[in-house]
Each structure stands twice: as C-alpha cells, then as structure tokens.
Write a protein that binds this ligand. Structure first.
Ligand SMILES: [Zn+2]
Length: 285
C-alpha cells in the first residue's frame, strides 16, 4: 500500500556530516568561551540567564542549518548529532570556566585534556563556593543543582534546536532538495470538526466547502500548509493545524498551534482543488 504520509528516507552523507560536525564544534567552543567569561565577570543575573540560553540556542540553530545543507533525512542521526555537539559544548564551557576562574594559572590544554583533574577542581570549587550575583555565596547541593539545570538547558537546548526546523521539513528524493511552503490557507468552521483526518486521507477535499475564510475576529481556525518541491511536481504535502488564540501569562493574546495532520502526501490536482475551494469561499464570504 502506498504511504499516505511523507516519511524521511533516512539518508545522509557521512563525509559531509563529519565536516559539518567539526565546524559545529569550533563554533560552539567559541561561544562556550564567551559564556565562561560572562559566567566569571558578569554582575547581572539576567545576562547570565540569557548567556545560558544563547549557548543552547545559537549552536543548536547553526547545527540545524548545517544538517539541512548536508541533506540529512534521518531523525536519529540529527538527534545524535545535536546531543554529541551538546555534550562537547558543555565540556568546553566547563573547561573554559575552570581556566578563567583559576585566573588563567593553568594552561588551557592541560585543563581540556584532564577530565578527571577538572572534575576534582570543580568539586573543590563547589565546597569553597562561588559568589552569586547578590554576593550570596552558593555552594554544596544547591550549587550542584544549579549546575545540573544549566547543563540540561545547554545539552537539551542544542539537541532540540538541532532538529526543531528539520522535523517540519519535507525532502524531494527525486530532485534531492528540500520542499518549501508554497501556500497557506486559513479557514474556519462553525461546526465541530469530525473525522477531518479520515476525510482528508481519502482526498475528499470537498469537505472543506463547508468552511469559510478566517475572519479577523476568529479565536479558533484551521491553517493549511502546502509544501511543494520547487523543481518537480512529484512531492507535495498538506499539513493542517488548529490555531486558537489564548491569553498568555501577561494576558496578551497568543496563538496556540495544534497539529491535526502532518505531511499528508497530495497531488498537484489536490492542491488545485483546495485552492479553488478556498477562492470560492472568499467569493461567497
Ligand atoms: Zn522534486
């Protein structure tokens, strides 16, 4: 039976991946060094928090772009790539921090090449304690807990951002290129959604005739994303999300995206049909 949904082929190029991994590690080590300097000299708690997020987000987003350029269509490889770069970045950030906090007394390569020595030094620093932002001395279990949370943010963040963009992408195996979002349609319906998945899987797009274009005052509607290969007509997908507007913690309206259908394979005729139904609904609105 033909697949209804797009699936990654699992392919990737090992030499390219290896080359990009070296670039990722070099970039991450530079950011880790800046992070260590901020952790040592910065007096502002917010800047420290932003620096931790930066150490997670920047290498993660760069990894993601490199994995797209390397045409990696394998989630396990992408996650492993993100985790490996994440742990190496964490190791560099600890090494640089120890180097800086010991007032550059020991050579950086000695610290980098002595993980056990570094761990012993970190244990001693934990017993002595470090001064927090408000001159409060942090040590012992509380300090270990803070370090653990920072480490999870860094490694988890890098791994997450490495694949965040890739999981919404579709690759055309015929042309060896990534597809692009060609069209989006926003529709709403007063009645409750029933069997949307089953109906669209059966390519019964006339079901959408009961919908009408989203009005500016809508608080709940469907957003349809059509992805197409820029070079051929063979790879097209439809993703449907339910968007609802809810108030965030500060009371500001914010869009919440709930994915209902992800990467349903469709033909160019199906795209035309959806587009015609949408145009017709605009005329009738
Ligand atoms: Zn193509």
């Amino acid at each position: 039976m033909k697949d209804l949904y797009y699936k990654n082929s699992g392919s990737f190029s090992l030499p390219k991946l290896f080359l990009f991994a070296i670039s990722s590690v070099i970039l991450s080590s530079i950011i880790a060094f800046i992070y260590a300097l901020i952790a040592r000299y910065n007096p502002f708690v917010y800047l420290q928090f932003i620096a931790t997020l930066g150490l997670a987000v920047i290498p993660g987003m760069v990894n993601c772009q490199l994995l797209l350029i390397a045409k990696v269509r394998n989630k396990a490889i992408s996650v492993s790539y993100g985790l490996i770069v994440g742990f190496i970045t964490l190791y560099f950030s600890w090494s640089f921090w120890v180097y800086v906090i010991l007032n550059y007394k020991y050579s950086l390569d000695i610290i980098l090449l002595s993980p056990i020595g570094m761990l012993e030094t970190i244990k001693e620093i934990n017993i002595i304690g470090v001064k927090s932002i408000s001159n409060f001395k942090l040590n012992g279990l509380l300090l270990w807990a803070i370090w653990l949370i920072e480490s999870i943010i860094i490694v988890g963040g890098i791994a997450y951002y490495s694949i965040a963009d890739q999981i919404v992408r579709v690759f055309c195996e015929n042309c060896k290129i990534w597809c692009q979002v060609a069209k989006t349609f926003e529709l709403e319906n007063k009645v409750e959604l029933k069997n949307l998945e089953r109906v669209l899987e059966a390519k019964n797009f006339s079901y959408l005739k009961s919908f009408f274009p989203k009005s500016p005052k809508s608080s709940c509607w469907l957003r349809l994303y059509i992805r197409k290969c820029p070079s051929c007509t063979n790879t097209n997908t439809l993703t449907v999300s339910q968007i609802s507007v809810k108030a965030d913690s500060e009371g500001n309206p914010t869009e919440v995206d709930k994915e209902l259908i992800n990467h349903l394979l469709i033909s160019t005729q199906d795209i035309e049909q959806v587009e015609n139904i949408y145009q017709e609904s605009i005329k009738q609105a």
